[in-house]
Write a protein that binds this ligand. Sequence first.
Ligand SMILES: Nc1ncnc2c1ncn2[C@@H]1O[C@H](COP(=O)(O)OP(=O)(O)OP(=O)(O)O)[C@@H](O)[C@H]1O
Length: 679
Amino acid sequence: MMPPEHETSITRNPASILVASRIQNTSVHIDHPPNSSSNVSPCTDDRMPEQRQSTPARFSVLHESLRPVTLKFEDVSYSVKLQSRKGSCCSSLEPKPAKTVLNGVSGIVRPGELLAMLGPSGSGKTTLLTALAGRLPGKVSGAITYNGQPFSSSVKRKTGFVSQDDVLYPHLTVLETLTYAALLRLPSKLTRDEKIEQAELVIVELGLNRCQNNVIGGPLFRGVSGGERKRVSIGQEMLVNPSLLLLDEPTSGLDSTTAQRIVATLRGLARGGRTVITTIHQPSSRLYRMFDKVVVLSEGCPIYSGCADGVIEYFGSIGYVPGFNFVNPADFLLDLANGVTPDMKQDEQQEFHSRRDHHEAQTSIKQSLVSSYKKNLYPALKDEIRPRDSNPVRSATGALPSRSNENQWTTTWWMQFKVLLGRGLKERKHESYSGLRIFQVMTVSILSGLLWWHSDTSHIQDQVGLLFFFSIFWGFFPLFNAIFAFPQERPMLIKERSSGMYRLSSYYFARTAGDLPMELVLPTIFTTITYWMGGLKPSLLTFSLTLLIILFNVLVSQGLGLALGAILMDVKQATTLASVTMLVFLLVGGYYIQHIPGFIAWLKYISFSHYCYKLLVGVQYSATEVYECGSGVTCRVLDFPAIRYLGVDQMGWNVTALAVMLVGYRLLAYVALRLGRPH
Ligand SMILES: Nc1ncnc2c1ncn2[C@@H]1O[C@H](COP(=O)(O)OP(=O)(O)OP(=O)(O)O)[C@@H](O)[C@H]1O
């Protein structure tokens, strides 16, 4: 169990105090309405934020919010359109049925408070939490305000959101994960060392010292434990000292001691002036006692919203008194949210589930609880959320202007690029420099070298075949590698972009630049081996030009792969489309078929392999070069049918076409990512 002195022991950490005072000096005070922190919370007896702020700066940044947020939500409702039945011939014409996920949920959470959302599985807790974090797609009706203002990018930067699934890079260690988060999220006024120091403080705070050098791990290899992963996710959000912290099931799957420790940390964070909201499945009574407020949902409808220690009194007042064996208020609340009353439990528990009418009975209990909430709790809550003399609260999707005049990004573009590049290189080094990939390329290059061993112009058909093989192999390979880039990183990109961690452009350039070294090294090794083994023109200039053309082709093909991945965001669909595309490029490239009918011959103009092949043939053979085309007869290489049909003049156009594709595909990938972003 977490000792009660836990919070104070951390705040006395000298390093914390040092960094805290530095950060306090550099932080920006924003949109803190005069009345927001003066609200006295009826559920907490701690000092209020303005009192805490007048205290000398001796708290760690982890325990002192500088920009308190009062979150109010009123009548929040949300519906989703369900998918129509597949296979039905008229499915697209049928109106899609809608499901109400949230129905008129209200509440208020002030700085210093920890609110827990309780309810059975599927009752709408995650949906409500996501709506409060401003991350729910679609229209949310009702009003959600942060210090009286609607959600804005300024609020986004003050909000920490920990999702149920921990989205973390598997190959980074705990320390690296938190350090990169600190470098990206803490303001550039702090030095690099101070940011790293801050990450170390969070590690101490969350008790992660023992595993700080362990990798996070993933589905294919073991890393830190589930509880440690969860704490790393929480740590990433704690780093930015969020004023509003929302967590989805932070204790699920954890033992009771670890769960207790996490909730104690959350309570400590709340007591530092933050507004903390968490969903929780089945809290023990020990955990329940740490909550200041609870919202209880039953099938999307609220049955309680208010102080955690007032639940027994409230439900008692409407006729639901917990039984004599009652120990945990959370069990009592969950039973009620499921339509199971304590008296029913005692008397009829045994046969309850076998009764035919149990479903109707449950539904009627739930309806009565929702009506009681509307009659007894909602009016007072409404007055608390919206004092009668205040301006009407606008709709969550309403039009109060965003007050986001502050600098949108905490770090510069260049800083973001550098950190993301370093992080990407570290995370993907196993993949990029994998022995398997090197083995694959080396094997194919040596095998090709042996197959084309010292070919010469007397076997012109074979030599041209080798050049075509270059263009196709180095079209396929980078294309299929690049397809995975964005779909694989999508959850991370959504998570980090939703918290406004970095610009899309810095991520995009870092991601593509990070892959370049290996993408260029492998074709260089391949070309060097195969070119000289295959007996192509023994000229350093021709070899260098051949290599440059192949690298150019690699970049174009990689761009197409990135674009397909970014547009479809689905590896299966993207690989299918890529294989069809490359098959078309293979056929129209000019090697297999030399007399393509005119109505379909245009396809070759969209094939980068075609331009690459033409350039390779063009630099390999000069106009005066001849080959033996019969016994004792020589012909000009450029008159060889396959080459003549290909046409190796106007090399500049081929280079231009590749350059346009190089820029075009990458631009397309960027635009697709931007349009597909979560907000
Ligand atoms: N986009 C969606 N499409 C269809 N159904 C949805 C969608 N979003 C939410 N739902 C449904 O809304 C209900 C509430 O979902 P939500 O995830 O908020 O519940 P929850 O209380 O967090 O559940 P759990 O505790 O099991 O995580 C569920 O029945 C879910 O299936």
